[in-house]
Ligand binder design. Sequence first.
Ligand SMILES: NC(=O)c1ccc[n+]([C@@H]2O[C@H](COP(=O)([O-])OP(=O)(O)OC[C@H]3O[C@@H](n4cnc5c(N)ncnc54)[C@H](O)[C@@H]3O)[C@@H](O)[C@H]2O)c1
Length: 432
Amino acid sequence: MRTIGVIGTGYVGLVTAACLADLGNRVICADNNRQKIAKLKKNIVPFYEPGLDAVVRKNTKAKRLLFTASLEEATEAAEIIFICVGTPSLADGSADLSAVENVASEIAHAMKEYKIIVEKSTVPAETGLKIRRTIQMIKGQNAHFDVVSNPEFLREGQALEDAMHPDRIVIGVESKRAEEAMRALYKPLKAPVIVCNIETAEIIKHASNSFLATKISFINAVAQLCERVGADVQKVAEAMGLDKRIGRAFLNAGAGYGGSCFPKDVDAFIYLAQQKGYDFEMLKAVRKVNEEQKKLLFKKIEDAIWIIKGKTIGVLGISFKPDTDDIRNSIPIEMVRMLQQAGAKIRAYDPKAMPKAKAELKSVVFCKNAYDAAKGSHCLLLMTEWNEFLTLDWQRIKKALHQPVIIDGRNMLDAEKMNGLGFIYQCIGRGV
Ligand SMILES: NC(=O)c1ccc[n+]([C@@H]2O[C@H](COP(=O)([O-])OP(=O)(O)OC[C@H]3O[C@@H](n4cnc5c(N)ncnc54)[C@H](O)[C@@H]3O)[C@@H](O)[C@H]2O)c1
């Protein structure tokens, strides 16, 4: 049985740890957030991710999954140590790598023999080099260790499925020993493995997320044109998506991308390019289109209900996407703030994200369900594609609303059906 260390028990760290434990490894997770560790020791997963609590419970019970506030303990016990700490954006768009640096130096202080140190956090190219330098500064030039880049591609909301059945595993290495150890660790997953140097692996992650963001902004730009010429972006995306060279995924026009990854990874990629003397104009346009989507949605609300000041707006969905309670960089949160700034009163409902939203948003009435959010509202705004919003009793919603206006920021609903039910229904890019 191998022993693995995982530093950082957030979405990526805890999912990685639970899956590696489920594959039969002994995994020791460390986090400097003592409250989180205390909860995890009681089998309480501190965020919502479908199915994760059961896998955590099963593996802690089998004593394959352990939690500690001591990074030293995890480092000493493990041969392979995954760094899974956050890498948020700084004001200039670059990634804040201070947690990665702290962990690297703490590992260096704690290690007494050969270790494989894996960067799983999303980091800009050449971070591996800096991790190596940091460790050598502390341990000396002859320190015995390898650095590996093994970026994570899981999606919140389906993280377990993604981690257990990845499309590919990327391993950026600088030694045969590290390559073999990583290949052996992931062998049970039977996924395609790409082995490359560390810089290539780092670029693969940023390029992948930036490309997905590009698809979203592209279809949002096409949606603008659709509205102007009387075309339907849904049909355009469907037809484009059937072309195998293009694919349907990430061609959903709407309020734009948010979340803890795409905005920061696009920013960090643009920043890296700039540092290296390349002006990544294309990605800057992707970011600009995304910024504009929020303003366009705001204008749609204004066009539909006229004066925003003093009106009540029901908001369905607060998390940045469905099946998660993550509200980091959530477009719905930004929309709520824009509407409040314009003088609107907000009644909001989200199936999972309300506890986190309550800590973030002021003066919002948090409602017990969608009908409650619609009550007395001048407009109902759909912001997150939770499945339960697809099957609402629309007659009941209509009765609850002050006036039957629905703005669908995610193109979730059937426009014809909603119009047929007597709603004034607005969505994105369906000019027909
Ligand atoms: N969330 C995703 O969907 C996703 C997907 C792929 C990649 N990533 C990348 O993975 C990384 C982690 O993301 P996340 O969403 O899991 O973040 P997170 O904020 O949920 O978790 C980070 C954890 O690291 C801990 N931590 C911070 N500094 C520490 C330190 N010095 N010692 C020990 N623990 C420390 C924090 O307490 C926290 O629990 C980021 O680089 C992110 O870009 C995230």
